[in-house]
Structure formats: C-alpha cells, structure tokens
Write a protein that binds this ligand. Sequence first.
Ligand code: NAD
Length: 263
Amino acid sequence: MGNYVITGSASGIGAATRALVEADGHTVIGVDLLDAEIEADLSTADGRAGAVAAAVEQSGGVLDGLVTSAGVGPPFDPHKMLTINWFGTECFLSGLHDALVASESIAKVVAISSNSTTCGGPIPSSVVDACIAMDEAGAHTALDELGDMAMHIAYAGAKTAVARFVRRHAPTEQWAGSGIRLNAIAPGATLTPLLQGGLDDPQFGELIRAFTVPTGDFGTPDQIGSWVHHMLSPAADFMAGTLLFVDGGTDAMMNADRWPETS
Ligand code: NAD
C-alpha cells in the first residue's frame, strides 16, 4: 500500500479524494489548516516550508502520490488568494519531487487547477509569468496593477500558473522520465464550502449563477474526487501533462474552436 499527500484534505474535493484513496487501503498524509496530519497555514512562507518538511518526514521520504487541493476562492483578499493557490501549490510540487521519484511504482501527481483558466476572460501574462518565475513580490506588484480585476485574476492567474507548471514539467526527464505522472484537473463550479462562500456573496453569487453549466447543476466533490482518484491509479501510467476539464461542458461551450486550434 502507498503513501499519499493530499493538501486541502479536510474539506470539499480534497476530503472526497482522501476518502477514496483511504478506501483503497493507502495511507494519506493530509495537509490543512485544521483536522489534518499536518496542520499548516500555506499563506505564509514558514507554514509552507514546515508543511513540506513534515510531509517528507511523515512519508519517510517515499511518496506514491500527491494531490494539491488546498485553496480559497473569491471573495477573498487577492494577495493572500494568489499566495495560497499558487505558492501553496508549487511548494509541494517542487518540494516533494524527490520523494515521488523514490516511489517503487509510477508515482502520480494531480494538481487542482480550474476552468477559470479558460472560461473567465483574458488572464494577463504579467501575473502568471511572475508566478512561474517564483517572483512572489513581482506577482503581487502585477496584481496591484489590475485594479478591479485583481480578485478575479488572483484566482484565475494562480490556477493558470498551476496548469502551466504541469504542462511544462510533466513531459520532461525530471518528471515523466523519472517515473512521475504529473497531471492537472480543471473542475467547474463544484458545490463545496469554497463555492458556497462565493454564492453567499451578493456580487460573486450573481456572477457564479450567471455562468452556464451545459449539463445543468453544479458538480459535487465526489464527482471531481472520482476523477482525481482515477488519475492516481495505474490508468494514468500513460498520462502526463494533461489538463482534464470536468466542468459540465462549460469549457467546451466557450472554447470549442479555440483548442485544438487550426492555422
Ligand atoms: P474547500 O473549501 O471545500 O476546500 C479547500 C481546503 O483548503 C479547505 O479544507 C481549507 O481549509 C484548505 N485551505 C484553505 N486555505 C488554506 C491555507 N491557507 N492553508 C492550508 N489549507 C488551506 O474547497 P474546494 O472547492 O474543495 O477546493 C479545492 C480546490 O479545488 C481548490 O484549489 C479550488 O480552487 C479548486 N476548485 C474548486 C472549484 C469549486 O467550484 N469548488 C472549482 C475549480 C477549482
């Protein structure tokens, strides 16, 4: 049986995934603010460093899988949101790489991105480039230049950085060539405490409800967790760098001809 780290394990998609991984008999090292094996605040540099070090220690330096689900959504302080959703994800992707290489099987990583990457309008490269460059001060400065859009871009920009990290690194010698399958999932609106926080806000609630979901209702944490669970299984041995949209058809509806693109 394997060792898995799941961030955001106490709620929503992370908790649903945790239940499925544990039902397989694996050991889960959860990371969350509360109710987790590693209780840490990923909005601070010390919290992130301590959580990654604890994950390496508790796993004995050998991991079979990682799911990065910790995150927050609007309405939330844009700077803190960018920090949690990107820097609080990247630290595990990079910091647990060596433990994943040490797995005796093909290790699996599923990063939780979002369909806000393609369905919420243009995302300035300034924020995403600074994130990918790990220029934390630069990312926050770029956010400050966006005025009213800062809250939206803090979320969508962080999730785009997550997707870009996965696409860039997954097919390389250091990842696919070293026995790790790195993929991402892009959920659409999924009824969790995070989404409920948005729905309860007068401004964001209206925006979320106006967003068309072709299949009808919002998704459930179990529906997303089932796909994450599948992406942790041997079914993903031939899967690397995929950004899987599970969003009731919203991305297809908005971007049908944009990707795959023609010349
Ligand atoms: P959720 O609120 O149910 O779970 C998020 C978890 O992250 C919580 O347990 C929370 O305590 C933890 N967390 C938040 N801030 C933290 C911090 N500073 N340090 C440590 N842990 C922290 O929400 P969810 O909807 O299950 O979200 C899971 C992931 O899915 C997030 O990354 C979110 O952005 C993404 N996502 C959600 C939706 C949606 O509609 N729910 C859509 C697309 C993507």
